[in-house]
Design a protein around this ligand. Sequence first.
Ligand SMILES: Nc1ncnc2c1ncn2[C@@H]1O[C@H](COP(=O)(O)OP(=O)(O)OP(=O)(O)O)[C@@H](O)[C@H]1O
Ligand code: NI
Length: 318
Amino acid sequence: MALLEVQGVSVSFRRARGWFGHEENLVIQDLDLSVNEGEIVAVVGASGSGKSVLAQAIMGILPANAKLEGRISYAGETLTLERQLHLRGDELVYIPQSVSYLDPLLKVGRQVHPVSQKTGRKHGSTLRSTMQKAEQELTGRYGLPHGTSGKYPFELSGGMARRVLMATATSGAPKLIIADEPTPGIHPEVLSETMKHFRQLANEGVGILWITHDITTALTAADRISVFYAGFNVETAQVCDFTGKGERLRHPYTKALWSALPQNEFQPLSGTQPVAGWQRVEGCSFAPRCIKATTDCTNERPELRKVRGGEVRCIHAT
Ligand SMILES: Nc1ncnc2c1ncn2[C@@H]1O[C@H](COP(=O)(O)OP(=O)(O)OP(=O)(O)O)[C@@H](O)[C@H]1O
Ligand code: NI
C-alpha cells in the first residue's frame, strides 16, 4: 500500500462568463500518482501544467471555486477535508511555492516549530527553547546567518525565506512532505545540503512529493519522476531510465525534456504547451508537437498504461 495514492483525480475551476453564465476550466485530468514510504517522487513539467494545483488538492487547500473529482488517499484511507485538516502541519506538511505563506507578523523562529493541530501546543516546551532550537536549525542545517530566528519575514531575501519554509516543514515529525518548488534561488551549496536532508528524511521512511522545474536536480535525489504536460501526467519513470539518449524513456515529451538538457543534445522542443483546460483536447494533448503523432493520436485520448515498470500515456510507447 502506498503512503499517498492519487487515483483518477481531476480539478476544474469555475469562473463567471457573461452576465449569468459560467465556465469550467479543467486544469488537471484523470491523474494517477503514488508516493511510497521512504520514496522521493519528483513532479516535473512546464509552467501551468497543473503541478501546484495537484499539491493544493492533496493538502486540501484548493480555492472555493475549484471542483475536485477522483480519490486521494493517505495511508490507505481517503483524504477527506476533515482528515486533511487533522493531519496538516503534523504528519502531512507542505512547502508552498510562494514565500508569502510565511506569517508576516510573526518572527521566523516562531514559525519554524509550528503549532501542532492536535494538541494546540508547540512541539517542545517554552517559547525560549523553541526559538533556540529554531535558531540552531536555521543557522546549522540551512546555513542562514545568526539571528535569523529573531527576524520578520520582510527582513529576509527570497532565498532565505525559502530556507525558512523548508525548516518549518521538516522540523516536526512529518510522514509525507509535499514540497512545491522548494529550491529556486537557493545557493548551490545549500541546495546540495537540502537534497541530502530530504534523502535522509526519506531513508527514515518519510514520503516526499517534490515539485520542480529543475530536472537535473530532481534526478540526483528522486527515486521516480512524474512528468506533467497540460494537466496530464504523461509518464512516470524511474530515475535510472534517464540515461543515454533517452531510449529507456517511454513518452516523446519526456524524451524531448531529456534531450533539451544542456548536458545532452540541447535540442529544444518547438511549439508551446496548450493552456490547460481552455481548448478541449479530443486526443493526446501532446500530439500537435509530437514527431510520432498519427491520426489515432488526434482521435482518442491515450490511457495511462504500465510499460516496462513505469507508466505512460502514449499509444505508441513500447
Ligand atoms: N485559483 C485558480 N483559479 C483559476 N485557475 C487557476 C487557479 N490556480 C491555478 N489555475 C490554473 O491552473 C493551471 C495550472 O496551474 P498550476 O499553478 O498548477 O501550474 P504549475 O504547473 O504549478 O505552474 P508553475 O510551474 O508556473 O508553478 C493554470 O492554467 C492556472 O492558470
Ligand atoms: Ni506551481
